[in-house]
Design a protein around this ligand. Structure first.
Ligand code: HEC
Ligand code: HEC
Length: 328
């Protein structure tokens, strides 16, 4: 059960009593209304109902006929139904109802049931090497569907990205492109933050922006870039002296063409003035291990995936012969 969902949304007991009081008052009022109308006795055979208004439009009259009994009983039954309902189901303020039913619990049960069903489909790929899963057409199709459901709103339907949301199909990675890196990005989320105002005012930012463009060998204003060079000292700690960033640490390379926020002079200036803070929401808790695994394989296989880092076999556990070692 997801914590917090089963708790009724009352911030204080006041609202619980407020709603409960209105509910009870509503029922009592309906009862009183019905009772007050039943006091009017049904007409005896041959008796004429009281005339409320004089005749108009020729022969139209308004009479005060008592309400039909069957109609009254229908309303009494409705009230009984309402009371029984309020005893069984939640509705009376925060009283949970005798059955303990709640929409949150019903949702959770349904989700558990569906998850169990889908896990059977995902199971064959669970724990399998991501590079192998990425080549499996069935896994790929499932990964694509999951991506369209959970990721496309930010990264685009084919992972091509958008301003502020990285392209996942190229081989430029903010946080690394090995299968494990990609899976970690998806499972645990990523946050990368650059404070704003590091180059002083907008003019200062524009100068550094031109220096950044020069680092990437792109068209720039040489006079501005020359002034910006000194100010770039404030950037080098994260983006490196050469502007190539720190791969896999989330400090982007400023010399390539993969821009998360845009690579024009204006856009770079804006990044520097405002600062940037991209957030990739963690998915593991929401989606579970099996879906994250399929998504990682799918994203890795979109074209930009880098080779897994092979772990070198452990050195043999034998100490080298050493002449100076004391004889056993
Ligand atoms: C709310 C928007 C949002 C959603 C939804 C989202 N992402 Fe992201 N994702 C981002 C942002 C923003 C970044 C870059 C984070 C940063 O700049 O620090 C990112 C980064 C990534 C990265 C790392 C990219 C790199 O260059 O290293 C991967 C991989 C990724 N997302 C995959 C996914 C997958 C798969 C899903 C669907 C389960 C998903 N994302 C859903 C916004 C989102
Ligand atoms: C504390 C580390 C840090 C410092 C210092 C820093 N940056 Fe950044 N910068 C980042 C991070 C992290 C990101 C990525 C933000 C994101 O993913 O949302 C970034 C993003 C950027 C971007 C956007 C890149 C894109 O792909 O659109 C530009 C441009 C940039 N920095 C330039 C600079 C310049 C110029 C300076 C110096 C004035 C500087 N940064 C100083 C960490 C830093």
């Amino acid at each position: 059960m997801i914590e917090g969902y089963a708790v009724p949304d009352f911030i204080s007991d006041f609202w619980h009593y407020y709603i409960a009081a209105f509910t009870v008052a509503g029922i009592l009022f309906s009862l009183w209304l019905l009772w007050s109308q039943s006091v009017v006795k049904p007409l005896a055979p041959g008796e004429q109902a009281e005339v409320m208004h004089p005749t108009w439009d020729g022969d139209l009259q308004e009479l005060n006929n008592p309400l039909p009994r069957w109609w009254m009983w229908m309303f009494y039954l409705l009230i009984v139904f309402g009371i029984v309902y309020l005893v069984i189901y939640p509705g009376m303020g925060k009283f949970e109802g005798a059955s303990g039913w709640s929409s949150a619990k019903a949702w959770q049960e349904e989700k558990t049931r569906v998850d169990a069903e889908f896990d059977k489909v995902f199971q064959p790929f669970a724990g399998k090497d991501l590079t192998v899963v990425a080549k499996d057409p069935t896994a790929n199709k499932m990964g694509e569907h999951l991506f369209l459901t959970y990721c496309s709103q930010c990264h685009g339907s084919s992972g091509q990205g958008a301003t502020g949301f990285p392209n996942l199909t190229d081989n430029k990675w903010l946080f690394g492109g090995t299968p494990d890196d990609v899976k970690a990005s998806i499972a645990n989320g990523r946050v990368a933050e650059m404070p704003g105002g590091l180059a002083g005012d907008v003019q200062g930012a524009k100068e550094v922006a031109n220096y950044v463009l020069s680092l990437g060998g792109k068209q720039h204003d040489t006079a501005l870039a020359a002034v910006g060079k000194a100010k770039y000292a404030a950037c080098a700690g994260c983006h490196g002296e050469d502007g190539k960033g720190i791969a896999a640490a989330g400090f982007p390379n400023l010399t390539d063409d993969a821009w998360q926020y845009g690579g024009s002079e204006d856009e770079i200036t804006k990044s520097i003035v405002k600062g940037r803070k991209g957030g990739m929401p963690a998915q593991l808790e929401l989606l579970g291990e099996n879906k994250v695994h399929l998504l990682a394989a799918y994203v890795w296989g979109l074209g930009g995936g880098q080779k897994p880092i092979l772990v070198a076999p452990a050195a043999p556990d034998v100490a080298p012969a050493d002449a100076t070692a004391p004889a056993q």
